[in-house]
Every structure is written in C-alpha cells, then in structure tokens.
Design a protein around this ligand. Structure first.
Ligand SMILES: Nc1nc2c(ncn2[C@@H]2O[C@H](COP(=O)(O)OP(=O)(O)OP(=O)(O)O)[C@@H](O)[C@H]2O)c(=O)[nH]1
Ligand SMILES: [Mg+2]
Length: 304
C-alpha cells in the first residue's frame, strides 16, 4: 500500500466507493510517475523521453472504504500507423470508461493546444475531471498562473510534484470522494491486472529507452519468449528485442556487445528490485520489419 493510500482519510464510516480514474495528458506530462506514486510500486515505466507508455496500465489503490482503479495511458499525440492507433485507442477507451479523469498538464510547459481537444471530450462526455499541474517542484512550474483560463471548469484543481509526493495525498483523497458507491472490483492485495511477464518486458523496454538514442527505442519492442518462475529464488527470463532494421540491430548490440550488456544489466537490476529476488535475463536482438504494422501483433506484445 502506498503512503498516500495508508494516510488518506479512511472514509470507512460512509458507503464503500470504487471506480475508474483515467490519467490523461500529453506525452511526458508525468502520468506514469503519478500512478506509481499513488500505487506505491514502480508498475509503469518512466523515462525522460516522450511517448514512453504504449498501453493503458491499471494500477489499483485499495484502502478501507474504497478502491480506485487508476488507468495510466499513453500521451495524446498526432501520428500514424497501427502502433499510434493502438495507443490513441487506449486513451479513448480510458476516457470513455472512467468515472473521473485527471488531466495532467506539465506546469513547466503550461496549457497547450491539444489540451483543448481533451477538455472538450471530457466535457462532452459529462465526466468529472480534475486539472492536475505536474512537476510543481521546478521553478518555472511554481511561477505559472494556475489554473489557466483555457482550462474552463474542471471539478477540482491541483498542483503536484509526484516525484517527491507533494500534493499527491490530497489528490488521492479527492479522487476517492468522487468515486461512485460500489463494492471493490479486485481483491485488496492486487495492484494491477497485468502479468509479471508483461511488466518484465516493460522494464526491459525502459532500459532500452534509457540506453539508446534517436529513433531506436521508438522502433523497438520487447517480446518475452520464456518466463520461468519454477524456482523461488531466481526468475529466468529470455526476451527478444525486436527492431525494425538490420542497422538498428548493430546499434542495440554495440561494439563487442557492450550496448546490449549495459541495457541488460540495467534491466536486470530493476527487475531484481521489483521482484525482490535474483533474475537471470537473456536478451536476443531480432530484426522484425513489421512488428509495429499489424494490430494483432501489437496487441500480443501487450500494447492495447
Ligand atoms: N521534476 C519533476 N519531474 C517529474 C515529475 N513527475 C515526472 N517527472 C519526470 O517527467 C518525465 C516524464 O515522466 P513520465 O511519468 O514518464 O511521463 P508520462 O506522462 O507517463 O509520459 P509518456 O508515457 O511518455 O506519455 C520523467 O523524466 C519523470 O521523472 C515531478 O513531479 N517533478
Ligand atoms: Mg507514461
């Protein structure tokens, strides 16, 4: 349980509340960081590059009297192709499915034109939505006039620094107050519906985003081909790094295999921290010029 979930007012005297909360915004707004903070685990991968998240990822926060189903989503952006379409479909479905939405806006950047469309969709759907300014710890964010007039009429307005947990407890309290009366949807010890196998693939992809430059991480997908949990003290994982072009294969492997070694070490250390035991990680680089073109293939990689 996160500090936020533990410290938030229990609300256990009133009716039980449960519902879906969509975390929406532009790429790099801090959606995944906020979800991880509220859930209290590094469920969603976070990098300094935009378009890190490719699918909707459920993070469950349970406390006495309530359960919030947080949906981390890909950032809203223009683009084309089956992967882009799958990412934006995940955004649309999260918006449609939610009981309350948080529209996250990077305070360092302020309100931008694509926020208008998101706000219009939320208002048209009649959703309760919170305006959440992120990265309040940065000086430029602290100086920004908030809320901006263009934001219209959000139900509530917040400023948070999710990295350090500033303002996130108050935000979670407000979320719980807004949820409909309902029994819980998941057992109280569950934090996501995603299998460990998918979370592991994501952690490898996170390492790829951190280690590789230019377009390579965007062209790369991770396919777990073997996930062996038969021993309690070590998990053995074998995964393919799918790249689009032969030239990218060379970049990912690096001179003398140094790049893939660094990437693998970084991923393994994060996996061991997450699983609290040893991980044996074996990575292979495979050229697959079409992985991002076919919807079913994209979905099978966990991006939906
Ligand atoms: N200074 C500061 N940086 C933050 C804060 N929250 C997130 N960041 C940073 O912003 C960057 C993007 O964070 P993410 O959580 O990956 O953003 P996102 O909205 O999920 O991005 P996409 O998945 O690409 O749409 C990372 O480098 C984070 O460390 C914050 O409160 N303060
Ligand atoms: Mg993200």
């Amino acid at each position: 349980m996160s500090d936020e979930a533990a410290s938030a007012g229990t609300g256990s005297a009133g009716p039980h509340r449960a519902g879906v909360v969509a975390l929406l915004g532009l790429p790099n707004a801090g959606k995944s960081t906020l979800m991880n903070r509220l859930v209290g685990e590094r469920l969603a991968i976070v990098t300094h590059k935009p378009q890190t998240t490719r699918s909707r990822i459920l993070g469950i926060v349970t406390r006495p009297g309530g359960q919030a189903l947080l949906l981390d989503t890909p950032g809203v952006h223009h683009g084309q192709g089956a992967l882009h379409d799958a990412m934006q479909k995940a955004v649309g479905e999260s918006l449609d499915d939610c009981d309350v939405a948080c529209l996250l806006v990077d305070l360092a950047r302020g309100w931008e034109e694509p926020h208008d469309a998101l706000r219009e969709r939320l208002d048209a759907a009649g959703k309760a939505w919170f305006l959440v300014g992120t990265k309040f710890d940065l000086p430029v964010g602290r100086q920004r006039t908030w809320p901006p007039a263009a934001a219209g009429s959000p139900s509530r307005v917040f400023r948070i620094a999710a990295d350090r947990g500033e303002g996130t407890g108050e935000l979670l309290d407000a979320i719980f107050e807004c949820l409909p009366e309902s029994p819980a949807f998941y057992p109280d010890d569950e934090i996501t519906d995603r299998p460990l196998r998918f979370l592991a693939a994501e952690m490898v992809r996170e390492a790829a985003f951190q280690e590789l430059t230019d377009e390579v991480p965007y062209d790369l997908a991770v396919e777990v081909i073997d996930f062996d949990e038969s021993r309690p003290d070590i998990t053995r994982i074998r995964a393919n790094l799918l790249v689009r072009r032969e030239s990218q294969k060379g970049i990912v492997i690096g001179a003398g295999g140094r790049q893939i070694k660094a990437l693998g070490t970084r991923a393994r250390m994060n996996l061991e921290k997450f699983m609290s035991h040893r991980v044996h990680l074996e990575l292979f680089v495979k050229v697959d010029p079409t992985w991002f073109k076919k919807r079913k293939r994209i979905n099978s990689l966990g991006y939906f």
